[in-house]
Design a binder for this molecule. Structure first.
Ligand code: ZN
Length: 214
């Protein structure tokens, strides 16, 4: 799974596409969208209280149906909050939350439960992409989560991956196709280079990544 930072940045990008203007223009809605994008990982909470943080992780909230229902729930919350009931807001929030399990599928997963049950409850198959773009996150203890070498590396790579895209969005309100093209190229090139440097410095293949195989 990518870190909460990766999910928050991806959600911020979708927010900016949805809500034009400066990043701080509707910052409450920005924070709301970032929370929605991270929300499937709330399935950590019951396990946290029971002493095994992964006990209920990658369950129903990481399926397309579960994420869609969560999006619908957040649409009701948003409607009650802002007194706005638009169908395209509903689809936006369903898509925003559903992006979370799709991103998790594209991340290295080295701990059980592996992959995401995207088709649950109709299918119990757990999906994990053979090609990944994000590092996994180690969750053994808060200190290890925040400051462990593996996770700091993951946070850095996610920031490097999303930053050019956020800059392209800020440039001329994201209407410049040239800026988008350059941003995508920079994102992929810098991430690929970072992963190769990490592999070279560390001496072992930390990433089963499409990039590290180049
Ligand atoms: Zn997740």
């Amino acid at each position: 799974m990518p870190s909460p930072l990766g999910h928050a940045l991806a959600s911020a990008i979708l927010h900016k596409k949805k809500v034009p203007g400066s990043w701080s223009g509707d910052w409450k809605r920005l924070l709301f969208h970032m929370f929605c994008g991270m929300s499937p990982d709330l399935d950590f909470l019951p396990g946290l209280f029971l002493g095994n943080i992964s006990l209920y992780h990658h369950g129903f909230t990481h399926s397309i149906l579960g994420a869609g229902l969560m999006g619908a729930f957040f649409w009701v919350v948003y409607g009650l909050w802002r007194r706005v009931w638009k169908v395209n807001d509903l689809f936006f929030l369903m898509g925003l939350v559903s992006l979370h399990p799709l991103m998790d599928v594209l991340a290295l997963d080295t701990a059980s439960p592996y992959g995401c049950p995207l088709g649950y409850p109709f299918s119990k198959v757990s999906v994990m992409s053979p090609y990944v773009f994000f590092q996994d996150i180690h969750r053994a203890g808060l200190r290890n989560f925040l400051f462990g070498k593996n996770n700091l590396l993951a946070f850095g790579i996610e920031a490097i991956f999303f930053l050019p895209l956020m800059m392209a969005l800020s440039y001329r309100e994201g209407r410049s196709r040239g800026a988008w093209f350059i941003a995508v190229l920079i994102s992929f090139f810098v991430t690929a280079t970072a992963l190769r440097v990490v592999k070279w410095v560390d001496g072992r293949a930390l990433f089963m990544s499409v990039w590290s195989q180049m």
